[in-house]
Design a protein around this ligand. Structure first.
Ligand code: BTN
Length: 329
């Protein structure tokens, strides 16, 4: 597989490469190049052109992640908070990787990114569709002296920061759906998955996993069971660089994780509220088999959702609750 991915790296520029040049580069035959390319591009869902006399090229160039470039693009303060950067071509899940690494003692500020996840995790046990090179899949590990129960608000803090970073790349009409779905015109552009472990009174560690749809094709996203969007669509194809975006997200998220440890959710509340898409709307909350309807009146200081129900105002913590607008429930 490593050799097959090396072929994809050579073709990532979107230019033609002759079978001979590719074969020489990898020390294999031209027939082996063709076989490997057909198999790998098929598996990764990357349309390949093969033109007699010119060679092979990918339909669309890929900007693959590059650890050096990414770190260079980060800010000084971002770099000072980064303990280690793990970049994988393929992985089961960047969150799973960091949870395993944390249990083995990995340092606070360790980051993991991958070009593809074979078992990307979404909230509520769902799968996160993670095709090769099409989107961003990144996770950060942070350690706190706090109890795990004190870390729930980080999902809101991180959601606000991610939306602001994307706005910085020209993405308008972004919104957040409590607790942490990133939406564009009510279609899902990204999501966050927090995994926490620790002693009941602290210390604890947290892995924040971020998935952002960048340029996934309709075919690649065909298994997603809700309306979705890509950043390419949101920015009308202005082409946001994957390394630049990952660098800005890491800068923002590492800072947010640090700030949360000192000041909690307070510095992020106004920013989150400004992006709250369903505030003032009737919604349904799904808690397992239970459905609770009410008017979403906004989030409280602790990040809980406040709902005006026929039996009065009630507050809900994120956990296993899902929010649906009334019209598509
Ligand atoms: C959601 O369901 O909205 C949360 C999706 C979180 C996906 C990201 S992709 C990087 C990280 N690794 C995972 O396995 N999941 C998160």
């Amino acid at each position: 597989m490593e050799r097959d991915l090396a072929l994809i790296e050579l073709l990532a520029d979107g230019q033609f490469h002759s079978g001979e040049a590719l074969a020489n580069h990898l020390g294999i035959t031209r027939a082996a190049v063709w076989k490997a390319l057909r198999k790998t591009t098929g598996q990764l869902g990357l349309p390949l052109q093969s033109v007699r006399g010119r060679g092979y090229r990918l339909d669309t160039p890929l900007e693959l992640l590059d650890a050096n470039r990414l770190i260079n693009e980060m800010s000084e303060s971002g770099r000072s908070r980064l303990a280690a950067l793990e970049l994988h071509q393929q992985i089961d899940s960047t969150n799973a990787f960091l949870m395993r690494a944390a249990a083995q003692g990995a340092a606070s500020g360790t980051v993991c990114l991958a070009e593809q996840q074979s078992a990307g995790r979404g909230r509520h046990g769902r799968t996160w569709v993670s095709p090769f090179g099409a989107n961003l899949y990144l996770s950060l590990l942070w350690r706190y002296p706090l109890a795990p129960a004190a870390l729930g608000g980080i999902s809101l803090a991180a959601g606000a920061v991610i939306a602001e970073v994307l706005q910085g790349f020209g993405a308008d009409d972004l919104a957040l759906k409590w607790p942490n779905d990133l939406l564009w015109r009510r279609r899902k552009l990204g999501g966050l998955l927090l995994e926490v472990s620790g002693e009941s009174q602290g210390p604890s560690y947290l892995v924040v996993g971020v998935g952002i749809n960048l340029r996934m094709t309709t075919t690649q996203g065909s298994d997603i069971d809700q309306p979705w969007a890509t950043l390419d669509e949101v920015t009308a194809g202005r082409g946001v660089g994957r390394n630049a975006l990952a660098a800005r997200l890491l800068d923002g998220l590492l800072e947010a994780l640090d700030v949360y440890g000192r000041d909690g959710l307070a510095p992020f509340l106004t920013r989150w509220r400004a992006l709250d898409v369903f505030r003032g709307e009737p919604v349904r909350l799904l808690l397992g088999d239970q459905v609770i309807e009410g008017l979403h009146v906004g989030i409280a200081e602790d990040g809980s959702l406040q709902l005006d129900t026929p039996t009065g105002r009630r507050a809900f913590q994120a956990g296993e609750v899902s929010l649906r607008p009334m019209e598509i429930a």
